[in-house]
Design a protein around this ligand. Structure first.
Ligand code: FMN
Length: 404
């Protein structure tokens, strides 16, 4: 069997089922360059048929430290593992003979109709994974008719992402200490047509792998990021250390609930709170009039030892009721995971690493493909469980003894 080279495999994927094939295990960056343009089909190849395949492709493509930045979690990675494992422990219990052969995956999130209940979560530094970064992600989300939540730290300005794709976009806010900068940023988000603001409050990653790898954002990207946010006084003459020092001081890590009164006073956009794990926090978010909560532990990247998001979802849905929308992220790797989250009351889920890996492996096409794979898997789970639409995805389709 001939050995497939990486970029050749990607080219083949385009012609076949828009699924890039997995590298044969030995491909190197040099191989990839030599193989550019090669697209003849060869036997024995494996195509990316699931999220895990994209993880493998990303590992082959990226410098190890960048791959680790995406993939690893904080400290002992207990929460990172639990995010995935807790989904696995929940069992589906489908009824037979429901006469369903097609399922409608259309969802409505904050009044927006989308083709499937899977959104792209805010992910920082997308340009480190692929030159097109957030632009490619936004285009893929638009093609999939779903929402992309663009990180404050995505690596492209809110206007650049808006110009790249017309699909529905949310903006994820990390709050600059300088409230004049925050205010202007929120105004720009609104002017650029974003439809909601997601405020992430569980920020501050602390990952052994990144420290061991001395992982850092290149100077040019850090400068662009800070200027994009609104720190327009910064310039390329500054040293890298000066920019790092500025960045260390730039963000408000001491937000409290009062912040939302202020944010509400400066924008009419719907506001979601991301990073919720406790029912009392969810209740408070609802009581101050927020439009939604994202049950999330930042993909196990912040505080290790907190529970998986799927484990706490049910209780949060219970207290929130229909007063706000409850979304979830963390550990979604299969359409069946989406099904489980929906059955437990989430309106939709977001994915982080799955699309970051796919972006690294195959740019916009990879992200589009990962969304399609999850859509197909969810559709399969729905049909097998007799669900014609998302409203039919109810808790009784899960084995109750396996539900946390
Ligand atoms: C590389 C990477 C960067 C991230 N950057 C951000 C960010 O800038 N803002 C944010 O709110 N969450 C960020 N997150 C967390 C995601 O939004 C999401 O909560 C998490 O990835 C979900 O878990 P999953 O990766 O298992 O899907 C990041 C996650 C990853 C993997």
């Amino acid at each position: 069997m001939k050995r497939r080279k990486f970029s050749g495999l990607l080219a083949l994927g385009a012609g076949a089922m828009s699924m890039p094939a997995l590298p044969a295990g030995e491909a190197t960056g040099q191989d990839a360059e030599q193989a550019a343009g090669q697209n003849e089909e060869q036997e024995g190849e494996v195509v990316a048929v699931c999220v895990k395949d994209y993880k493998e492709l990303a590992r082959e493509t990226l410098p190890p430290a960048t791959y680790d930045y995406i993939t690893t979690g904080s400290e002992d990675e207990v929460t990172l593992r639990e995010n995935v494992e807790a989904f696995r422990r929940i069992r589906l219990l489908p009824p037979l003979l429901e006469g369903v052969s097609q399922a409608n995956l259309t969802a409505t999130v904050l009044g927006e109709e989308i083709a499937q209940p899977v959104l792209l979560a805010p992910v920082a530094g997308l340009r480190m994974f692929h030159p097109e970064g957030a632009l490619a992600a936004a285009r893929a989300a638009a093609a999939a008719k779903t929402i992309v939540a663009v990180s404050t730290s995505a690596g492209s300005s809110v206007e650049e992402v808006a110009a790249a794709a017309a699909g529905p976009k949310w903006f994820q806010l990390y709050c600059p200490k300088d409230r004049a900068v925050t205010r202007r940023l929120v105004e720009r988000v609104s002017e650029a047509g974003y439809r909601a603001i997601v405020v992430t409050v569980d920020l501050g990653e602390r990952k052994d792998a990144d420290r061991r790898n001395r992982f850092s954002v290149p100077k040019e990207m850090l400068l662009k990021h800070l200027v994009d946010v609104g720190h327009t006084q910064l310039n390329a003459q500054m040293t890298y250390q000066e920019l790092l020092d500025f960045n260390d001081e730039a963000w408000d890590l001491s937000l409290s609930w009062e912040f939302f009164d202020w944010l509400r006073s400066i924008t009419d956009l719907p506001i979601l709170l991301k990073g919720v794990l406790r029912p009392d926090d969810a209740l408070r978010a609802v009581s101050i009039g927020l439009d939604g909560v994202v049950v999330s532990n930042h993909g196990g990247r912040r505080l290790d030892g907190v529970p998986s998001s799927i484990e706490v979802l049910g209780k949060i849905v219970e207290v929130v009721g229909d007063r706000a929308e409850v979304l979830l992220d963390g550990g979604v790797r299969r359409g069946a995971d989406v099904f489980k989250a929906l059955a437990l009351g989430a309106r939709a889920v977001l994915i982080g690493r799955p699309y970051a890996w796919a972006l690294a492996a195959d740019g916009q096409r990879g992200v589009r493909s990962v969304l399609r794979l999850l859509e197909e898997e969810l559709e399969n789970a729905m049909i097998a469980s007799g669900c014609r639409n998302l409203a039919a995805v109810q808790p009784d389709l899960l084995q109750s003894s396996s539900v946390p």
